[in-house]
Design a protein around this ligand. Structure first.
Ligand code: DO4
Ligand code: MG
Length: 277
């Protein structure tokens, strides 16, 4: 079941049909039984006939009052990339240790205000020279701490800034339009298969300049473990979105430039497309 946030409410995609619900996002999505309750709600509804146009013209990022948090160094590829970019800052040690440590790296990423939705522009910082997208499976977690769904996230990152000093991480990670999420929240009663692939393609003037793929089973930690750590001493009254870390990093000579188009696909969820401003 796919839940789309649209300008005029909520669009539910279920078994090749779309149903429209006139509900408020925060309360609708923050429900441990959202799958079963949505089935009950759409049971008596007629499918809409204009779903294509709603998705084309009204689609928003699937977020309300939720905060977006992110996990880091959860895949071997990310650990290696962090160690390379921070070599002169002593990164060989602290990234190696956090990959193996019991406590994961978790950091605040964004609120809805700074997020790009499907088709909107993400940004690169003007004071940075080395920027990449990070394609990440993103968890929708309810206020009780239950993982209730999944979306696609892009944790835009300034590698030169985070590489200079780990204390600069918030500046490398959080600025206007430094995150993109969408196109929907995929709600399922069973966890995603470990063979689920995250794919990314970056286009420059219609030519692919980078592509990559990783299976979510390559992650070092369980999604429930990341959620449990995040909720230990922090409450999320409307639930929370948690990016789970990147397993794909372009080679060190690659940086994004304005006009690039970033396409991220995750099986079962869909595709998130954003241009770089
Ligand atoms: O420690 C820096 C951030 C790493 C990150 O965002 C990731 O691994 O996805
Ligand atoms: Mg990341």
């Amino acid at each position: 079941m796919k839940i789309f946030k649209i300008l005029t409410g909520i669009l539910v995609g279920f078994e090749n049909h779309f149903y429209r619900l006139d509900e408020e996002w925060d309360t609708f999505i923050n429900d441990d039984a959202v799958y079963q309750n949505t089935l009950l709600k759409i049971n008596n509804l007629k499918p809409v006939s204009d779903a294509g146009s709603l998705l084309e013209n009204q689609l928003l990022a699937p977020i309300g009052t939720q905060e977006i948090w992110a996990s880091g160094v959860t895949y071997m590829r990310s650990k290696a990339a962090r160690m390379e970019e921070s070599e002169t800052a002593g990164g060989g040690d602290f990234y190696d240790r956090v990959y193996e440590a019991e406590r994961p790296e978790l950091f605040f990423k964004s609120t809805a205000f700074r997020v790009a939705g499907p088709g909107q522009n993400v940004r690169i910082r003007k004071d940075s020279t080395w920027n990449v997208p990070e394609p990440e499976l993103t968890l929708m977690i309810s206020s009780s701490g239950k993982i209730i769904g999944y979306t696609i996230g892009n944790d835009m990152s300034s590698r030169d800034i985070e590489g200079q000093n780990p204390l600069y991480l918030p500046q490398a990670k959080t600025y206007d339009k430094s995150a993109a999420i969408g196109p929907c929240i995929y709600i399922t009663e069973t966890p995603l298969p470990v063979t689920t692939e995250i794919e990314i393609e970056i286009y420059r003037e219609n030519t692919a300049v980078f592509s990559g793929c990783v299976e979510i089973g390559q992650i070092k930690r369980a999604f429930t473990e990341l959620a449990e750590y995040l909720y230990r001493e922090t409450t999320f009254p409307f639930g929370c979105l948690l990016m789970t870390g990147t397993g794909i990093v372009p080679p060190n000579n690659f940086t994004l430039t304005p006009g690039d188009v970033i396409k991220i696909r995750i099986q079962l969820i869909g595709e998130l497309v954003n241009s770089v401003e």
